[in-house]
Design a protein around this ligand. Structure first.
Ligand SMILES: C[S@@+](CC[C@H](N)C(=O)[O-])C[C@H]1O[C@@H](n2cnc3c(N)ncnc32)[C@H](O)[C@@H]1O
Length: 278
């Protein structure tokens, strides 16, 4: 069922987007809690990254956290409604470009080098041809330390008899995506198969790089049946801390303000005459 045509119709016409996708973070309490409690702990070594591509941002649930982490951001989505919304929502950021595609192509990027590619809670609904197409176009564009983090279905590995929950693709698994990465000259760093809304390992988080990437790593695959427990725990403690500081739309990233530029001469004087200027 989750072919490109279905995704186009469902997200572009059928879905009302009244809560901008925030509703999908309810198990974590909020998207802010989910980013800082679940996504950022997995991704922090890859961030900040000069150029970020987000595949299928929807209404920008993760975009607001990715934007402060880069100099240039690209978001590509199948749905014109999503592209229009994000273009308006993030217009002030200046460094964000949102592009509608056909559900497979990254040609608009031309020769752009990518330092980090991110997709979460979208390509779980995509079949193997879509994953393969994106993997093939991401790899040649990754910078030497660049990496891609893709959240996709693992249902093809499960041999399920019951109806497939959460509209996952039945044609994608961790192994299928791994094969695709290898076939296109890439290297898998890790695959974390996670349970989603059930005890079943419906999904997988795959991180990959170019074969000749400067990132050293042994390939690892783990099965994490506690992903939803993680959500429950994050939901339990996060509001306690979030409540102390009003969210004025500023809780958008993790980069601290730049330290003031130091005047070299002033620094040297202070080192030699520590009492000076106190
Ligand atoms: C469930 S929404 C998630 C949006 C966002 N990632 C989030 O977590 O809030 C799925 C999004 O994926 C987009 N999408 C689905 N298949 C796609 C494809 N093959 N290429 C690009 N975008 C796609 C849809 O248009 C929609 O915006």
């Amino acid at each position: 069922m989750p072919e490109i045509k279905w995704n186009d119709w469902f997200w572009g016409t059928h879905y009302d987007w009244k809560d901008q996708g925030e509703e999908w973070s309810s198990a974590w309490g909020s998207s802010e809690a989910q980013w800082f409690g679940t996504l950022y702990p997995r991704l922090h070594r890859y961030l900040p990254a000069p150029t970020i591509l987000e595949i299928a941002p929807g209404f920008g649930r993760w975009t607001r956290f990715l934007l402060p982490q880069c100099n240039q951001y690209y978001g590509v989505d199948l749905s014109p409604a999503c592209i229009d919304h994000c273009t308006q929502r993030f217009a002030r950021a200046g460094r964000a470009r949102f592009v509608k595609n056909d559900g497979k192509s990254l040609a608009f990027l031309g020769k752009t080098k990518l330092d980090f590619v991110f997709s979460f809670d979208s390509l779980v609904h995509a079949d193997e041809d879509v994953l393969d197409s994106y993997v093939a176009q991401i790899l040649p564009r990754l910078s030497s330390r660049g990496a891609a983090f893709l959240h996709h279905s693992n249902v093809a590995a499960l041999n399920l008899k019951e109806p497939i929950p959460h509209v996952r693709s039945t044609k994608v698994s961790a192994s299928i995506v791994r094969e695709s990465v290898l076939a296109h000259g890439g290297r898998v760093l890790s695959q974390e198969c996670v349970n989603w809304g059930s005890p079943l390992l419906l999904d997988c988080l795959t991180v990959f790089t170019r074969q000749d990437s400067a990132l050293p790593s042994e390939e690892t695959r783990i099965e994490n049946t506690d992903f939803m427990l993680e959500a429950t725990l994050v939901k339990r403690w996060q509001p306690l801390y979030a409540a102390h500081v009003p969210n004025e739309g500023l809780a958008t990233g993790t980069i601290l303000p730049e330290p003031p530029v130091r005047d070299g001469l002033w620094q040297r004087i202070k080192q030699r005459l520590p009492w000076f200027g106190r």
